[in-house]
Design a protein around this ligand. Structure first.
Ligand code: PLP
Length: 447
C-alpha cells in the first residue's frame, strides 16, 4: 500500500544519504532530493519503491542486454556458486567456466581475436589494453613506442588509466595528474562539428587528424590508436561511413596497433556481435564488458589477436598483470549462459534485421519533426538525439537551460529511462525489446 511504500522509500533514501556516495554524482544535492529507489526488474521494465513501472530505455547502463529476470542466467550463477564459488587463475590453475568462456568469446569475436584475458570491468579491460600494447612493443624491442592516441569526448572508464585514455575533460580536471604518453585527436561528430563539410569529407578530415598527430609525435613513438566503434557515453556519436576504413589505413601505414573499445558496442548492440563488424574495423585487440554477462555479474574481457598474443606466448616471461577475480567462475558461468541464450534466441539477427532498423525508423517518425530535435543518429538498438534551440541553425540552448536534464526528467516522470549527455539524449534498450515496446518507448519520449 501507499503508506508502506512511502516509508520504504524514505528509509532507503535516509540510509543512502547517510552512508552511500554515488558514482558520477553531486552527493550533497542528491542527498537533499533523495535517490529514486529501484526495487525490481522484469524483461525491459523496472519498478521503483513507489510501485511505478518504468521502461528501461538504457538497459541499466548499456548492459542488461538480455533483459531482467532471466532464469537461465540466475540458474547458471546458482549452480556454479554451489560447485565452486571461487578459484584464481594465477597459479598454474584454471577451471571449466574460465576456459569455456574464453572459447565462447573466441567463437563470436571477428578475425583472429582468439586469445582472451579476463577482468571485472570495462575500465580494467582498458587498463589491460594500455599495459598490454605498451608491453607488446617492449617485447618487439621498441620500448619507445608507448604513446596511445584516443579521441576527445571518448569514454574509456574511470580508473586512472581509463580516465587518462578517455577524452572527458570534466574527468581530467579531477584526481590529476593523469597517466603520461596519451594524446587525443578530434572526435568524428559530424552533426555537431563538421561545419560545411559533407559526411565523407569530414570522415577523411577526422582520420587525417590521426595521421597529423602521429607525424607530430613521431610514428616510432606511437603504440596504438584506441576508439569506441560508436562513441557511447559521449552521446552516441556514429562516425561517417568512411571514417574507420581511413583510420585503419593510417594505423597500417605507420605500424600502429588498432584497439576497439567494445564495452558498449559489443554483444549485439549494433546488430552484429561487435561494433567492429558493423563499422568495418579489424582491430588487433578489443575490450568488452557490460553485455558479456548482460550485467548480471561484473565481468570483462580483452580479446587479443594472434599478432599480439603470439608475441607474449613466444616471449617466455610472465605478464605481470591481472586481478584476483580475473575469470571469476560464477561470473564466467553467467557469461557463458548469456552467450548461449543470445545464440538460442537469435538476438543478433533480430537486432540487425528487425528491432534495430525498426527503432531507428520509429524514432525518426515519432521525434524527427519535434521542434527540439536537431538530429537523430544510431545503429541497431543504440541512438542519440541532438537537442537544439533552433532546428535550422543548429543553435544550442545556453548554459541557463539544461535541456538534456529537463527532457530526461520528463521521460522519467512518463515512465521511461533515457539518459542525458549534455544536450544529447541517448538510449540503448535491452536487446530483447519487442516492436510494441519500441512503440511505447518512442511515444513516452515525445514531449
Ligand atoms: N569503455 C567504454 C566504451 C564504456 O562505455 C565504459 C563504461 O561505460 C567503460 C569503458 C568502462 O566500463 P566500466 O564502467 O565497467 O569500468
Amino acid at each position: 500500500d501507499n503508506n508502506n511504500s512511502s516509508s520504504i522509500t524514505a528509509d532507503v533514501q535516509a540510509i543512502d544519504a547517510d552512508h552511500h556516495m554515488h558514482p558520477f554524482t553531486n552527493t550533497g544535492a542528491l542527498n537533499k532530493k533523495g535517490a529514486r529507489v529501484i526495487t525490481k526488474g522484469e524483461g525491459v521494465y523496472l519498478w521503483d519503491s513507489e510501485g511505478n513501472k518504468i521502461l528501461d530505455g538504457m538497459a541499466g547502463l548499456w548492459c542488461v542486454n538480455m533483459g531482467y529476470g532471466r532464469e537461465e542466467l540466475i540458474e547458471a550463477a546458482n549452480t556454479q556458486m554451489k560447485e565452486l564459488a571461487y578459484y584464481n587463475t594465477f597459479f598454474q590453475t584454471t577451471h571449466a567456466p574460465a576456459a569455456q568462456l574464453a572459447k565462447e568469446i573466441a567463437s563470436v569475436t571477428p578475425g583472429d581475436l582468439n586469445h582472451i584475458f579476463f577482468a571485472n570491468s570495462g575500465s580494467e579491460a582498458i587498463d589491460t589494453i594500455i599495459r598490454m600494447v605498451r608491453q607488446y612493443w617492449c617485447i618487439q624491442g621498441k620500448p619507445y613506442k608507448s604513446i596511445l592516441i584516443s579521441r576527445e569526448n571518448s569514454y574509456h572508464g574511470s580508473t586512472v588509466g581509463g580516465t587518462s585514455l578517455g577524452g572527458m575533460s570534466g574527468m581530467h580536471k579531477q584526481g590529476a595528474p593523469l597517466v603520461p604518453n596519451i594524446e587525443r585527436i578530434r572526435q568524428p561528430y559530424w552533426y555537431g562539428e563538421a561545419g560545411d563539410m559533407t559526411e565523407e569529407e569530414f570522415g577523411v578530415a577526422c582520420a587525417k587528424a590521426l595521421e597529423d598527430k602521429i607525424l607530430e609525435v613521431g610514428p616510432d613513438n606511437v603504440a596504438a590508436f584506441v576508439g569506441e566503434p560508436i562513441q557511447g557515453a559521449g552521446g552516441v556519436i556514429v562516425p561517417p561511413a568512411n571514417y574507420w576504413s581511413e583510420i585503419q589505413k593510417i594505423c597500417d601505414k605507420y605500424d600502429i596497433l588498432l584497439a576497439a573499445d567494445e564495452v558498449i558496442c559489443g554483444f549485439g548492440r549494433t546488430g552484429s556481435w561487435f561494433g567492429s563488424e558493423t563499422l568495418g574495423i579489424k582491430p588487433d585487440i578489443m575490450s568488452m564488458a557490460k553485455g558479456l554477462s548482460s550485467g548480471y555479474l561484473p565481468i570483462a574481457a580483452v580479446a587479443i589477436g594472434d599478432r599480439i598474443a603470439n608475441a607474449f606466448i613466444e616471449h617466455d616471461d610472465d605478464f605481470n598483470h591481472g586481478f584476483t577475480y580475473s575469470g571469476h567462475p560464477v561470473a564466467a558461468a553467467v557469461a557463458i549462459a548469456n552467450i548461449q541464450l543470445m545464440k538460442k534466441e537469435n538476438i543478433i539477427e533480430q537486432v540487425g534485421t528487425d528491432t534495430g532498423p525498426y527503432l531507428q525508423q520509429k524514432l525518426r517518425e515519432t521525434l524527427g519533426d519535434h521542434p527540439l530535435v536537431g538530429h537523430i543518429e544510431g545503429v541497431g538498438l543504440v541512438a542519440g538525439i541532438a537537442l537544439v534551440k533552433d532546428k535550422n541553425t543548429k543553435e544550442l540552448f545556453g548554459d541557463d537551460i539544461d535541456i538534456g536534464m529537463i527532457c530526461r526528467d520528463h521521460c522519467f516522470d512518463n515512465g521511461l529511462i533515457m539518459r542525458a549527455v549534455g544536450s544529447r539524449m541517448v538510449m540503448s534498450p535491452p536487446l530483447v525489446i519487442s516492436r510494441a515496446e519500441i512503440d511505447e518507448l518512442c511515444e513516452k519520449a515525445r514531449l
